[in-house]
Design a binder for this molecule. Structure first.
Ligand code: C2O
Ligand code: CU
Length: 462
């Protein structure tokens, strides 16, 4: 049976709701945000259907907006009201290691009923996000994520700053999260868990209102477990200004590719009355929000000035780099026949059947206690990654941003640094970074099913 990529139930006829990401609000740097991870209902479909088996922060989908300025501390007390352990990871943040939120690597898991205080120094600005990092393949899929925005004096002036947190959910016909399919070996060995219902900020096709002629900043965040989104911006010219929170060379575009974990910041001027956002990765364009000029909001204040941005840092001299080869294998239709798991060399079908392990780095099934390399603090490192599998993988490094070098002329390398890079099947890339942040940092695929089944290891920087 052919499965449609996105369900079309209720796609037509859902009245668009005006939407704002809930804000906890500004505060002095010592204020402590409170996040409570717990079971909650959400109105994902937008009609009267209630999805009752979500797990959310503060019963909000997405979780509350955490917003700070560069140079401040982000203090968040996380309480675990779930019946299973959890942790929170601050994706893309150059964190201190013990606040990175990887259970059993950087902290003990937060047990049910317990609390953990995250104290995160913010040395960067831009668009980030936070998400559960314990059994993420289930916890993120049930909704444990939210936006984290860090403002900076140098941010380009805009009339409106809109966050679009994009996710796909696998819902049953009655609109509940499809519990039965969690852990599906098919998903884990193929592209990961795809959903059949698209939301932006927890709702379908949200409406944003803007002053006529306004200059907008759009912050796109892919919170999906595995899906690669392609977002088309119809009715305006967008200028790309940042990727994964980091500045890039400005570039005009009308389609944005986002792999799981990635963010893209755009500046868009409202030349017309509306901007239509669509998800176009499948054969059917899918509504992903629209922005309407509304004169009631008053006059746009930011004239169409040129956008002045800092330049991304030039790539370091590679001749001094320590090269770490990462040969990624495994999954369905792959060439991995056996791999080392807990010291034993096992055939792939045994790994799959008995241990649910499907992927390997350099012939070893990865996990969050496995060291890929020891690196001296301050060393320039080139992760030379070969995706020798039949699937794309969104490779994410904790605690650092990296330059991306690719030889393949069909792949566009980014002009700035990133923290997550999509590697098409059979592609290679060099991910280059200065290991100037001490600690145990994960390098893993952000297709969360892949991460859980072998595609992740630790870089130990000291
Ligand atoms: Cu956003 Cu280790 O992940
Ligand atoms: Cu992957």
């Amino acid at each position: 049976m052919q499965r449609r990529d996105f369900l079309t139930i209720a796609a037509a006829g859902v009245a668009a709701a005006s939407f704002n990401v809930p804000t906890i609000g500004w505060a002095n740097t010592n204020e402590i945000y409170k996040l409570r991870a717990g079971e909650a209902n959400a109105n994902l479909i937008g009609d009267s259907t209630i999805s009752e088996n979500c797990w959310l922060y503060n019963a909000s989908c997405p979780g509350p907006l955490l917003r700070r300025r560069k140079g401040e501390m982000l203090n968040v007390a996380v309480t675990n009201d779930l019946s299973t352990p959890t942790t929170v990871h601050w994706h893309g943040i150059r964190n201190v290691n013990e606040m990175d939120g990887v259970a059993d690597l950087t902290q003990p898991p937060i047990e049910p009923g317990e609390q953990f205080l995250y104290e995160v120094p913010l040395t960067q600005s831009g668009t980030y996000w936070y998400h559960a990092h314990t059994m993420g393949w289930e916890q993120v899929a049930r909704g444990l994520y939210g936006p984290l925005i860090i403002d900076d004096d140098d941010d380009p002036a805009v009339d409106h700053d809109f966050i679009l947190m994009i996710d796909d959910w696998r819902l049953t016909q009655d609109g509940q999260i499809d519990d039965a399919s969690f852990g599906s070996l098919h998903d884990w060995s193929h592209a990961g868990r795809f959903g059949n219902w698209l939301t932006v900020n927890g709702t379908s096709d949200p409406l944003f209102s803007a002053k006529p002629g306004a200059r907008l900043r759009l912050r796109l965040i892919n919170a999906a477990n595995a899906r690669l989104f392609k977002i088309k911006i119809g009715g305006a010219v967008a200028t790309l200004i940042a990727e994964d929170g980091a500045v890039c060379l400005p570039e005009q575009t009308d389609v944005v590719d986002l792999s799981p974990g990635q963010r893209t910041d755009l500046i868009v001027d409202m030349d017309h009355d509306s901007i239509i956002l669509q998800e176009i990765s499948t054969s059917e364009p899918y509504p992903a929000g629209h922005i309407i000029a509304d004169p009631i909001l008053g006059k746009a204040e930011i004239s169409k000035k040129p956008i002045n941005l800092a330049k991304p840092p030039p790539i370091a001299d590679l001749s001094k780099a320590k090269v770490i080869d990462v040969h990624m294998q495994g999954g369905a239709m792959g060439n991995l026949t056996e791999a080392i798991f807990n010291g034993d060399n096992l055939p792939l079908n045994t790994l799959a059947r008995e241990h649910k392990k499907l992927w390997a780095f350099n012939g070893i099934v990865g996990d969050y206690t496995q060291t890929l390399a020891d690196i001296q603090l301050g060393q320039l490192v080139s992760l030379d990654v070969f995706n020798d599998t039949a699937w794309p993988h969104a490779m994410h490094l904790h605690g650092h941003h990296f330059w991306v070098l690719v030889d393949d002329p069909t792949i566009d390398a980014p002009s700035g640094k990133r923290d997550t890079w999509l590697m098409p099947a059979r592609s290679r890339a060099r991910l280059v970074f200065v290991a100037d942040n001490p600690g145990l940092w994960l390098f893993h695929c952000h297709m969360l099913e892949h991460a859980a089944s072998g595609m992740g290891m630790v870089l130990a920087v000291s």
